[in-house]
Design a protein around this ligand. Structure first.
Ligand code: ZN
Length: 433
C-alpha cells in the first residue's frame, strides 16, 4: 500500500478484544500493518486502550454516496468517523470513479469497490431514474446540463438480447469493474407487461439473459450482484447463481397489492443458503423522512433515493408513509427467515449517510440480538465486500484495522457509535474524524 506516514510498531495495552463471541482482555501488536501476538523486537509506541472494547471496523455493503470529487472529503470523513472503513457501491459512473481513485483505497481513507454501470434492459431500472430524475436532482449541480442518454453506458448499460451482451462485453470489462451489477425487477411479470407509451413500467433485464450474464461474469472472474424487488426476482437471482443480492424484498413497496409478491418462502431461503449467496439488508433504504412526509418522485421512480442527493445525504425518495409499516413487516419476516436458514447477510443502507443508520435500525426492529448484528457488521459485511482480504477478525496476521468503543456493544448496542480510537492498516487515524 503506497503513501502515508511510515508504519510504526505498536503495542496495545488495556484493550478488551472481540473474539467473535465476546470481549476478552488480550494483548496485540501491530507490525508491518498486521496484527500479531508476537512481540516485535522494537516497539515504537505503546497505545493504552483504556479498557475499551476493540472490534474490527464496520462495512457498508450497499451505498452510492462515494462517487465523485464534489463531496468526497466529506463522505470519507463521515465514514471514518462512523468506523465504516469498507464500502461497496453497486452502481456508479466509472469516469467519476477514476477521478477519485487516488484518494480512496489508501490506509488513511476508506476502501471502496465499484460496479460501474449496472446492466438492465431498454427502459429498465435504473435508466429512467438516471435520465429523468437524477439528471436534474443529483448531477446538474456537479456536471451541468448533459444531453439525452448521457447516462447510457455511464449509469446503466442496456442489454436486450444475447447480441447486445456479446457486443458490449468488451467495453463493460474495459471499465475494470470490481464486480458486476444486474437489475431484476418484477421478473414474474416480465413477459406479460407491455411497454406502454410514455409510462415506464418497473422492469429489469430479460430473465432469460441472467444465466448467460452470470456465466460470463464468473469466467472473468467477477462476482455479480443482483438488484431485486420481488420474491420472484430473488428466486431468479439465486437460481442463476449470482453471488450477492443487493436488497431484501420488502425494501420497496409501491402498492399494498404488491405485498404478496414480496414474501420469501422457506424454500427460497433454503436455496439461498445452499447457493451461498450473500443478501444485503437495506431496511432503511426507503424509510420515510422524520414525520412521515417524505417527498416523492412520481411513480415509478421512488427508489434509489441517495442517487438523488449530493452533499449531506437526505432521503429524497421514500415509501409512502402508510405503506412503511407493512413494508417493514415484510422485510422483518424475510430477514428472519433468511437468518434462520443460515443465509449469509451483509449490512448495507443503500441511501443513509453511512451503514450506521442501517445497523441501528436492525437493532431497533428487534429481529437480531446485539451479537448477531455486531458480527454482521464487523465480520460478515467487510468480508462480503473484500472476500480476499484478511479483515473482519482480530487475529494473528489479519490487517491491523480496528475500532475501540468506549462501552460494550453486546450490552448496549448504541455503543457502536462511541468510538475512541481508530486504526487502519497499522495507521492511527486522527484529526479529521
Ligand atoms: Zn442502490
Amino acid at each position: 500500500m503506497a503513501g502515508g506516514p511510515p508504519l510504526k510498531r505498536y503495542e496495545f495495552i488495556n484493550g478488551q478484544w472481540f473474539d467473535g463471541q465476546q470481549f476478552r482482555p488480550d494483548r496485540f501488536y501491530a507490525s508491518g500493518g498486521l496484527l500479531t501476538r508476537n512481540k516485535p523486537a522494537t516497539i515504537d509506541e505503546v497505545v493504552d486502550l483504556a479498557g475499551g472494547f476493540v472490534v474490527p471496523p464496520f462495512g457498508e455493503a450497499h451505498n452510492h454516496n462515494v462517487e465523485g470529487l464534489w463531496n468526497l472529503d466529506e463522505t470519507v470523513s463521515r465514514y471514518l468517523r462512523d468506523g465504516v472503513f469498507y464500502v461497496k457501491n453497486p452502481n456508479s459512473i466509472r469516469e467519476f470513479t477514476s477521478q477519485i481513485a487516488g484518494r480512496i483505497n489508501q490506509p488513511w481513507s476508506i476502501d471502496v469497490v465499484f460496479a460501474n454501470a449496472g446492466l438492465t434492459s431498454s427502459g429498465g431500472h435504473p435508466a429512467p431514474l438516471y435520465e429523468h430524475v437524477l439528471r436534474e436532482s443529483r448531477y446538474k449541480a456537479v456536471i451541468g446540463e448533459v444531453p439525452a442518454e448521457w447516462f447510457k453506458n455511464r449509469g446503466y448499460v442496456v442489454i436486450d438480447d444475447e447480441a447486445d451482451l456479446q457486443r458490449q462485453w468488451t467495453e463493460i470489462m474495459a471499465g475494470k469493474p470490481d464486480f458486476l451489477k444486474v437489475y431484476l425487477a418484477h421478473s414474474e411479470g416480465a413477459r406479460r407487461v407491455p411497454q406502454t407509451d410514455g409510462v415506464a413500467v418497473r422492469k429489469g433485464l430479460d430473465p432469460g439473459l441472467i444465466s448467460a450474464i452470470v456465466a460470463r461474469a464468473h469466467r472473468e472472474p467477477l462476482r455479480i450482484t443482483a438488484h431485486v424487488e420481488t420474491a420472484a426476482d430473488f428466486r431468479l437471482a439465486v437460481s442463476a447463481g449470482v453471488d450477492e443480492i443487493a436488497h431484501v424484498p420488502g425494501w420497496l413497496l409501491g402498492t399494498s397489492e404488491e405485498a404478496s409478491q414480496l414474501l420469501l418462502t422457506d424454500e427460497d431461503a433454503r436455496q439461498a443458503s445452499r447457493a451461498g449467496v450473500t443478501v444485503v439488508t437495506t431496511t432503511v433504504a426507503m424509510r420515510p423522512q422524520a414525520g412521515g412526509h417524505g417527498h416523492h418522485a412520481p411513480e415509478p421512480y421512488r427508489h434509489e433515493p441517495a442517487h438523488a442527493s449530493h452533499g449531506a445525504p437526505s432521503q429524497s425518495f421514500s415509501i409512502e408513509g402508510s405503506f412503511w409499516s407493512q413494508a417493514q413487516e415484510i422485510q422483518s419476516k424475510n430477514l428472519r427467515l433468511l437468518n434462520q436458514h443460515g443465509v449469509k447477510l451483509a449490512i448495507g443502507s443503500d441511501h443513509a449517510a453511512t451503514s450506521l443508520a442501517e445497523a441501528l435500525h436492525l437493532h431497533e426492529i428487534g429481529i437480531f440480538d446485539n451479537l448477531t448484528i455486531l458480527k454482521l457488521w464487523c465480520e460478515q459485511t467487510p468480508q462480503a465486500i473484500f472476500p480476499d482480504r484478511r479483515i473482519g477478525r482480530l487475529q494473528e496476521g489479519y490487517e491491523s484495522s480496528f475500532l475501540v468503543l468506549k462501552e460494550n456493544p453486546l450490552e448496549k448496542f448504541e455503543a457502536v457509535a462511541d468510538i475512541t480510537f481508530r486504526m487502519k492498516q497499522g495507521h492511527v487515524l486522527q484529526g479529521k474524524q
